[in-house]
Design a protein. Sequence first.
Length: 473
Amino acid sequence: MNAGRAWQFRQLLVLVSVVTSLVADGPVTFMLRVMQRFSLTTHESIQFLQRCTHPLDSELKPRQFLLPGPIAQSVSNSWATEPRVLYFATNSLPHSQAGYAIRTQQLLEAIKDSGTVIRCSTRLGYPLVVGRFSDSFIEKIKGVEYSRLLPFYMPISQRQRLQLCVKLLTREAREFGATVLHTTTDYRNAFVVSQAAKALGIPWIYEVRGERHNTWASALSDTNESEYYRYAATQENLAMRLAAKVIVTGERGRSNAVLCRGAESDVIVLPNAVSSGSSREDVYAERKGEQACMKPQTVIGSVSSIVAYEGFGTLIEALKYLPENFVVKLVGDGEDKGRLQRLADELGVSDRVQLVGRKSFSEIDYWYSQIDIFVIPRIDSEVTRNVVPIKQMRALQLGIPVVASEIPALVEGTGGFATYFQPGDSLALAFAVQEVSLGKQSFSRRDLEDWLKERTWEGNAATINTVYKSLTK
C-alpha cells in the first residue's frame, strides 16, 4: 500500500471516533452541521434543529470548555540562533475558506518567501472534524506546508483531546526542529501551544484575531454573565499576559492587549493586508467580455461567511429603497443563509438576491470582480466593534467601492476609504449605496493606494521576522 492510500485508510479508521466525539459534544448541533456540510438544509429544518438545541448549550456541559490545566508562561527566548517557526492554526485552506484561513495562508506565504523556515500544524483531527479528508499528512499550498495532527483515536472528552493535541504537537515540533511556536485565538490553542513550548523549552507567540466568546454572545442575549463567557474572557486575558509576544490585527486590539500585559513593546500590530504583486487588470479581463452581453445591473454584495452578525438582512432590506436594477450577490455559506432567503421571499425581492454559496479560494477574485459595490453591513456588537475583517482589503485593492457599517473595527479596517452608514439602518444603507453608485466619494484613489502600500503581507512578514529573531539568541 502506497503512502497516499495508507493515509486515506488511516483517516477512515479514525473517522468513527471523530464522529462519536462530535456527537458527544452535541447531537443536535452535529446533525445541523452535517446537513449544512452536504447542503441538505432548508430554512424550516434549520429552525427545527435550532429549537431543539438549548441556547446555552455550553452551560449544559460546563466541563466541556474548561482546560485540563493552566496556560503556561513562555520563556523569554530560544536557545537557537535562527528562528524555525511552527505555526498552530484552527483551520486552513483548502478545507476552510473563511478569512481566518486566508490570513493564515497569505501571512505564511509571505514569511516563507522572505526566507524564514515555517510550517503550519492544524488542530487535532482537522479537517476530518469538519467533514473533509486531507490528501496526505502534509498538504502544500503555494509552498506553505500544513501538517495534520491525526490521532489513531479521537477521545470523547474535550479535556482529553486537548491533552492529546499537546502530545502530538510537541512531537511534531520536535521533529520539525521548531525554535518558536506561534498560534492564534482562542484560549484552547494557547493552552496547547504553551504546554508544547514548555516541554520543548522554547518561546510561544499569541496572535489575537477573533473573540470567540463575544461571537458566541452576539448570537444570544444576556450571556455576558454566563460561566462560559466569564471563563473564556479570563483565559484570553491570561494567554495575552503569558505569551512571549502578542500579535493583534488593529489598534483597538492593541489597546486591549497592552492593558492586559502592561508593556507596549510586547504587542505588535500585523494588520490585514494585500499582496503587492496582484494585478487588477487580470481580475477584470474576464468580466469585460461578460458585460458586453448582459443587461445593465448594479451588483451590491460581499464575499463573506453568511452568519447573523454580518448583518446581511439589512442589505436585503435595503433593496426596498433601491431601483430595480440594483441586485444583491452574496458569495459564501453559513448558518444564516436560509433566513436570508426567506427574508428575500417575504420582501418580494427574491429575484434580485443571489446567494451563490461557498466557492474555492482560487475562484474568489472572479467573484470579487462580479461586485460593483462591496458592502459590509455588520451589526453593532462587542465582537464586531473589536474584530477587523479581512474581506474588504481585496475589494479596496481592486478599486471596488466599499460601503460599511460605521463601527470602530470597520472604520479602522477600511482606513476611512469607505462610505459609512448607521448599523442596522436599511434606508441609510440604500442612500449610501446610491451615493457611491453616482461616484460620490470623499477620498482620492491615490490616497487609498498609499494606504494600501503600508499594509502588505510582505511588510507584515518583515515585521514578524523581526519578532521571531528577537526571541532567538
